[in-house]
Design a protein around this ligand. Structure first.
Ligand SMILES: Nc1ncnc2c1ncn2[C@@H]1O[C@H](COP(=O)(O)OP(=O)(O)O)[C@@H](O)[C@H]1O
Ligand SMILES: [Mg+2]
Length: 256
């Protein structure tokens, strides 16, 4: 439950999701420089929800925020609060917010929010190992109560991420809770090229060039030089995580 357990990342490494990056950096700024916003009468947002397909960089954004925010980031995953016994999950939520109050100004990051924030009328499933509905509901209610208890003097922001906003309880996205929602999309051609570059330039011996060998079909470069623009055109629909995987596969093949 601490940011020190998170491998670090930098904002420069995150490509193709500039809107989300800017929103998160602005949120950090409201925590660090509240005076600036107070002049204009603006209240810092309580909650920011990052929503988007798997592998688009949501967890990576949390890592970059932890590394560079200059305020502590308490990282946890929605599944950390999933318990079998009624009241346990709620107690964990309370503890988290108590800890945040001691560390403030700080950021709470709840990754995979859907694991704890599922709609209360969606049911908890059936069978001997299904989580009790009461437990899930109490945990969610506790989160709502804790978020309502945050006022701007507390200087605590809650960031969260989900692949599945559709299953979230609508109470979570009311004003004063996760009132800012940032949609992350799969990267476009330019975004993919930049993501490929981030991951390729970490490989020793990688050489980038522009232009392909017109004598070979399917050529992706000239000689030892790889044309990342050519690859990005061919990888429509790939997420950042899939592009990273592709680079890794290519590196393994290069060794063979
Ligand atoms: N926008 C991006 N820019 C650069 N690398 C990315 C991006 N999105 C994903 N990746 C790569 O994929 C990995 C997994 O992404 P992750 O942040 O876990 O996605 P999510 O949490 O949205 O499912 C990252 O650690 C990173 O190496
Ligand atoms: Mg993630």
């Amino acid at each position: 439950l601490a940011s020190s357990d998170l491998p670090m990342a930098s904002f420069e490494e995150i490509q193709g999701i500039d809107d989300a990056k800017l929103e998160v950096m602005e949120l950090v700024d409201t925590l660090r420089n509240p005076e600036k916003y107070a002049i204009l009468g603006a209240r810092a947002p309580t909650g920011l929800l990052l929503e988007g397909p798997p592998g688009t960089g949501k967890t990576m954004l949390a890592r970059a925020t932890a590394a560079s925010a200059g305020v502590p980031l308490l990282y946890c995953s929605g599944s950390d609060f999933v318990e079998m016994f009624v009241g346990r999950g709620a107690a964990r939520v309370r503890k988290l917010f108590e800890r945040a109050a001691r560390l403030s100004p700080c950021i709470i990051f709840v990754d995979e929010l859907d694991a704890l924030g599922k709609s209360r009328d969606a049911g908890g499933g059936i069978g001997p190992f299904s989580r009790s509905n009461d437990e899930a509901e109490q945990t969610l209610n506790q989160l709502l109560a804790c978020m309502d208890g945050l006022d701007s003097s507390r200087r605590i922001c809650v960031l969260a991420a989900t692949n599945r906003k559709d299953v979230l309880d609508s109470a979570l996205i009311r004003p004063g809770r996760f009132d800012r929602i940032v949609k992350l999309k799969l990267p476009d051609t330019n975004g993919r090229e930049n993501i490929l570059r981030v991951h390729c330039t970490k490989l020793p011996g990688f050489q980038e060039g522009s232009g392909v060998d017109s004598n070979r079909t399917g050529s992706l470069g000239k000689g030892r030089r790889v044309d990342l623009a050519a690859i990005s055109v061919m990888t429509e629909g790939f997420s950042g995580a899939e592009l990273e995987f592709l680079v890794n596969e290519a590196a393994i093949r290069a060794v063979r």
